[in-house]
Design a protein around this ligand. Structure first.
Ligand code: AP5
Length: 222
């Protein structure tokens, strides 16, 4: 595409399918997928100072302090691949103060996609979620089971995916979402996330295609 690269924000409750959709978006559009959850998990796995601080919060389903996450995101957004390929922010901003940090830095998406999924479905998805530590692929015991016994045998469950912790994370999410959404109300597109992942992606894909056309047009009009 000849226009400016896409800038996309995706938000939604824990287990609304952000990670699943982001993989598909990044593959099709080539944008840089910046997931604060993934970056933090990598910090924890490497045993870094940031990882040691973050682990305590993450294990309890709480948000990691804003300054740690904001520094990480700003650093990542300043790298050259982002200017060239555009960005897909997944899981940030998650608090009013994080949204303010982006506003201050004049970082604004073309669109903010909100994945909408009923509470009871979210809890079921958390409890059934499994991760393949070899490929990073996300599965669900009922909705998206692995195809081989070899993969089944090595799947791991996150300590955060118990019913109690899923409920607690959902409550925190709801509180914060109410504080952030007004900042992006003009750019917000609600997508029904309670459909098969391919169908959800079709709708997101069509929204992103409309934006690309618009971005190219407005660049040509200048
Ligand atoms: P993060 O990794 O962002 O966790 P999250 O928001 O809880 O999101 P999840 O990864 O749980 O779910 P998802 O929406 O990506 O869904 P998924 O695709 O996996 O953050 C982790 C932690 O890091 C936070 O708790 C916090 O401590 C910290 N953190 C991160 N960002 C932060 C920030 N900005 N500030 C402070 N702290 C921060 O799908 C879920 C399941 O459903 C899977 O099993 C999947 O197979 C299944 N599924 C997906 N789509 C569908 C579908 N359409 N139909 C049926 N099943 C589906």
């Amino acid at each position: 595409v000849a226009g400016e690269p896409l800038k996309v924000m995706i938000s939604g409750a824990p287990a609304s399918g952000k990670g699943t959709q982001c993989r598909m978006i990044a593959e099709k559009y080539g944008v840089v997928h910046i997931s604060t959850g993934d970056i933090l998990r990598a910090e924890v796995a490497s045993g870094s100072e940031i990882g040691k601080k973050a682990k305590e919060y993450m294990d309890n389903g709480m948000l990691v302090p804003d300054e740690i996450v904001t520094d990480m995101v700003m650093t990542r957004l300043s790298l050259p691949d982002v200017k060239e390929r555009g960005w897909l922010l997944d899981g940030y901003p998650r608090s009013f103060s994080q949204a303010q940090s982006l506003q201050r830095a004049k970082i604004k998406p073309n669109i903010c996609i909100l994945l909408d999924v009923p509470d009871e479905v979210l809890i079921d998805r958390c409890v059934g979620r499994r991760m393949d530590p070899v490929t990073g692929q996300i599965y669900h015991l009922k909705n998206h089971p692995p195809v081989t016994n070899e993969i089944s045998a090595r799947l791991i469950t996150s300590p955060n995916d118990t019913p109690e912790k899923a409920e607690a994370r959902l409550a925190i999410y709801k509180n914060n979402a109410a504080a952030i959404l007004p900042t992006y109300v003009d750019l917000l597109r609600k997508v029904d996330g309670n459909r098969p992942k391919e169908v959800v992606f079709e709708e997101i894909d069509s929204l992103l295609q409309q934006i690309q056309v618009h971005v190219v047009k407005s660049k040509n009009d200048r």
